[in-house]
Design a protein around this ligand. Structure first.
Ligand SMILES: [Zn+2]
Length: 343
């Protein structure tokens, strides 16, 4: 634990809900994750919201249960709940594009009832990642940053003038649903031509399969069919990134196409807000140069105006902890604001 932590035993419970993974952790006031647990997001369709909620509450019980660490169980004083968007922070509900089982799901009420005590702050998962990276990661010391999560979908969050820019219902920063293809294909959000229709790992895999790429083990061997959400063998972002890194031209073409769409969204956001820094995290960003080389190249070729040429696109530094750290930061700040306001 960080020796400088002023309050090591009063922690935030942080929760990060994504289309692929549910994560929960205990985070100190110094932003250190002292305990974490995760499990796959259950595959559940419309009307099966209870299945996903039950998995999340079980995960919370796991992280709050007796730990393997020797010290006393920390006291949870607030809860930061990050969830894939869109969310409605005012109503406390979520309807993640990539979790179809939840439509206007009252997630804040479910979590609050389960914990019966500490206040629950709901934030967009990509906003949480951005705040985490601004606090302790790649965007330290920067006033203005767009954080982007490239995974099942494409999420985004903004810190402007040093503070999270949330918007009235906490949906500001949804760069994945800015439009980069006029009259483009339908997006799961209900719009058309969004960045996410090409730039998500899901879209890149789909494009690669359409171009003739097949993941290793497809249709034969022990690996075939082992991933229940990938009927065509292990046709997921990890397999695609590995194939692209190995030089498979169909995989590379799909990543190139996705990177171009992401870059178009990045440059548009930077032009709108005069951003110098975009931090990219999420499962597919972990593929490293496979994504960042074409991404930076496409950003460079689209950055015309001088101020855009300062734009840097860098990998997130906190990895899978970024969302937890950011959700905790927002919950701790809200707790401190309330405490200060009542004192
Ligand atoms: Zn969209």
């Amino acid at each position: 634990m960080d020796e400088s932590d002023p309050d090591p035993h009063r922690v935030a419970l942080a929760i990060d809900v994504g289309g692929t993974t549910l994560a929960a952790g205990l985070v100190t006031t110094a932003g250190i994750v002292v305990r974490r647990a995760e499990r796959p997001t259950p595959t559940a369709g419309a009307g099966q919201g209870d299945v996903v909620t039950a998995a999340l509450l079980a995960l919370i019980d796991e992280v709050l249960g007796p730990g393997s660490d020797d010290g006393p169980t920390p006291l949870v004083t607030c809860v930061g709940l990050a969830c894939a968007g869109p969310i409605d922070a005012t109503a406390g509900t979520v309807r993640p594009v990539n979790i179809p089982a939840w439509r206007d799901e009252p997630l804040v009420a479910s979590v609050a009832a389960h914990l019966s005590g500490p206040p629950v702050v709901l934030v967009n998962d990509a906003v949480a990642m951005t705040v985490g990276e601004h606090w302790r990661g790649a965007a330290r010391g920067t006033d203005d940053v767009l954080g982007v999560v490239v995974s099942t979908g494409v999420g985004g969050g903004l810190v402007l003038a040093g503070r999270p820019r949330l918007g009235p219902t906490a949906n500001a920063g949804h760069v994945g649903h800015t439009v980069v293809v006029v009259d483009g294909e339908p997006c799961p959000c209900g719009g058309r031509g969004c960045v996410e229709t090409r730039g998500s790992a899901t879209a890149m895999v789909r494009a690669a399969l359409a171009g003739g790429w097949r993941p290793p083990g497809d249709g034969a061997g022990p690996g075939a069919g082992s991933a229940d959400r990938s009927p065509a063998g292990r046709a997921d972002g990890r397999a695609l990134a590995a194939a692209a890194a190995a030089g498979d031209p169909r995989a590379r073409a799909a990543v190139e196409r996705g990177a171009a769409a992401l870059a178009a969204g990045f440059v548009s956001a930077a032009a709108l807000l005069e951003l110098d820094l975009i931090v990219v995290g999420g499962g597919f960003a972990a593929s490293g140069p496979v994504l960042f080389e074409p991404l930076r190249r496409h950003v460079a070729t689209r950055s015309g105006m001088p101020f855009l040429q300062r734009l840097r696109v860098v990998p997130a530094e906190l990895g899978r902890d970024a969302g937890l750290v950011g959700a905790a930061a927002l919950a701790l700040r809200r707790r401190d604001d309330v405490t200060a306001g009542s004192g």
